[in-house]
Write a protein that binds this ligand. Sequence first.
Ligand SMILES: Nc1nc2c(ncn2[C@@H]2O[C@H](COP(=O)(O)OP(=O)(O)OP(=O)(O)O)[C@@H](O)[C@H]2O)c(=O)[nH]1
Ligand SMILES: [Mg+2]
Length: 283
Amino acid sequence: MTDHETRLSVRMEAREAPQAQNGVPVHERQIDVSIVMPCLNEVEAVGGCIEEAKAALANLGMSGEVVVVDNGSSDDSVAVARAAGARVLHEPDRGYGNACRKGLTEARGRFLVMGDSDGTYDFSDLPNFVLPLLHGADMVVGNRLNQSMEPGAMPWLHRYVGNPLLTKTMNVLFAGVIKDAHCGLRSIKKESFQELNVRASGMEFASEFLIEALEHGARTEQVPIRYRRRSGGKPKLRTFRDGVRHLRLMIKRWRTSPATREDTRVEQYIASHSSELPQAGEA
Ligand SMILES: Nc1nc2c(ncn2[C@@H]2O[C@H](COP(=O)(O)OP(=O)(O)OP(=O)(O)O)[C@@H](O)[C@H]2O)c(=O)[nH]1
Ligand SMILES: [Mg+2]
């Protein structure tokens, strides 16, 4: 090819794939951070969440994308999300779990951050979810149960009964030390997520994700976060139905994977007591 032909073909490629850079189409380029937001009828909040996430990415100085996963919202969430600059994916099967799995699977970043699109999470917390992954953690889980929670952000029944009870159940059954098992603001390395087999379709996805991570021995950090009232829209979580779904999933998982559970318990016991155990060469 002559120089002229090369320049011509590069110009034609650029016309066909306007975002191509160095010959690599944008959809194949590796980026640093993907922020995945499940979204169902969150028109009042989703735009602000995307803006907040984009600003946090810019402050962090890392390349990134915001991925919104919709399940057929009947309001203008999709149009608002597109206008705010998110990549919008459609998941045909209803449910929070289906939406999260779709977004996390199709995200292009090395580091995956997930958070609700209802205005409750503050995406300017992004560095606390990305920097630990650069320094050896596989996963970071937020903890909303602290003094900075905005009054009215979480119903009393969830804050003082449902969430602590279900979190404690998970820790007892799966030897975890998780502080807020239902926190939806989390991050995980792409390669760590790919090792997990998280199949749940609904809200119990949040529990299964952590159970899988515990059983895979993911190095986990937890960070306190702010939690705000919804910026509008309606909660999709149904207290009793979803509470029972979390509980049933945990019992099923506990009954069906005893071998893995025992291994993990022994490994975690050794890890947490390593300084007390005799070292090689010691009498
Ligand atoms: N795509 C999709 N998103 C969903 C679905 N169900 C919930 N979501 C989204 O998942 C996030 C969590 O749902 P919420 O209704 O906020 O549940 P919650 O945070 O436990 O409840 P709130 O206290 O009301 O915030 C929100 O961004 C929802 O829009 C669903 O079936 N499909
Ligand atoms: Mg929410």
